[in-house]
Design a protein around this ligand. Structure first.
Ligand code: SAM
Length: 281
């Protein structure tokens, strides 16, 4: 049998041997090229002194790359129990360096298995990815448990994460991400990189946490302010925030912002100031 350079079978064989036909309901589009998964692992930074939290390892292409790139330990959460035997083979090849937790990443708390510094790396279904990203970005205390997030998204979502004020993609994700991290679009992947190929182009983003957020604000209040403001992104702030009270124009002015401005023109600094005025401690 021909083996890959990590001494394990090629991913195509792993999938065939374990009957891992991709399930659409679990957003399964697998990366089978270890050169590509290594590229993602390397983008996460120097892993040698880090534990890595991986979400959705599937047959283990990215998991193997993370271990090959020297991660001290990988903790992987996978929902599809069909993948567990394939992941157990990787655990056996890297004794004590891979822990697999079976279940839904939105429910499981992996913290008891992880030691700082921790980097998060994931190729997840996009809906789960966005939900987790927002959770990872909005804990009440900062800095968070993780040092960096290296995540695959649909290209349009990746563009929203790194978008600047005034652009069409600028919105809630841009503000929540850039308020507390240095967010970069790393590279794109065409549909053919995946098996089966999805309908969309994908992109990897890398977010490195800032030790303190760029501007003071309470995460919950900022998130609420931004969600309301972009709920009707074509409207002026005084209209989109109207539900907060009849004196909303004065309060927006108190934050030194023109109430006729539209959300996409408001900078992160201004949104932080606005949330402090709208929701005083
Ligand atoms: N990381 C693998 C790769 O790059 O080839 C698989 C990527 S595939 C896009 C997404 C993986 O996430 C699948 O293995 C799927 O079963 C798993 N998954 C989907 N929803 C999940 C959830 N809520 N929690 C944990 N894993 C999930």
């Amino acid at each position: 049998m021909i083996l890959s350079h990590d001494g394990l079978p090629p991913l195509r064989d792993v999938i065939a041997n374990h009957g891992l036909s991709a399930r659409k309901s679990l957003g399964q589009n697998f990366l089978l090229d270890l050169n590509l998964t290594s590229k993602i692992a390397r983008r996460a930074g120097d892993l040698s002194q880090c534990d890595v939290l991986e979400v959705g390892p599937g047959p283990g292409g990215l998991t193997r790359a993370l271990l090959m790139e020297g991660a001290r330990k990988v903790v992987a959460i996978e929902r599809d129990e069909r993948c567990l035997p394939a992941l157990a083979e990787i655990s056996a090849a890297y004794p004590d360096r891979l822990t697999v937790l079976e279940g839904d990443a939105l429910e499981i708390n992996p913290m008891q298995h992880l030691n700082a510094p921790i980097r998060v790396v994931a190729n997840l279904p996009y809906n789960v990815g966005t939900e987790l990203l927002v959770r990872w970005l909005t804990p009440s205390d900062w800095p968070p448990f993780w040092q960096s997030l290296t995540l695959m998204f649909q290209k349009e979502v990746a563009q929203r994460i790194v978008a600047e004020p005034g652009s069409k993609a600028y919105g809630r994700l841009s503000i929540l991400a850039q308020w507390r991290t240095e967010a970069k679009l790393a590279f794109e992947l065409p549909p053919q990189a995946f098996t089966p190929p999805p309908k969309v182009i994908s992109a990897v983003v890398h977010l490195e946490r800032l030790e303190t957020p760029r501007f003071p604000a309470n995460a919950k209040d900022l998130s609420r302010t931004v969600s309301l403001a972009f709920g009707q992104r074509r409207k002026m702030l005084r209209a989109s925030l109207k539900s907060l009270g009849s004196d909303i124009e004065e309060r927006i002015r108190a934050a030194d912002i023109d109430p006729t401005t539209r959300a996409e023109q408001v900078s992160i600094e201004e949104f932080c100031r606005l949330s402090r005025v709208l929701f005083p401690e």
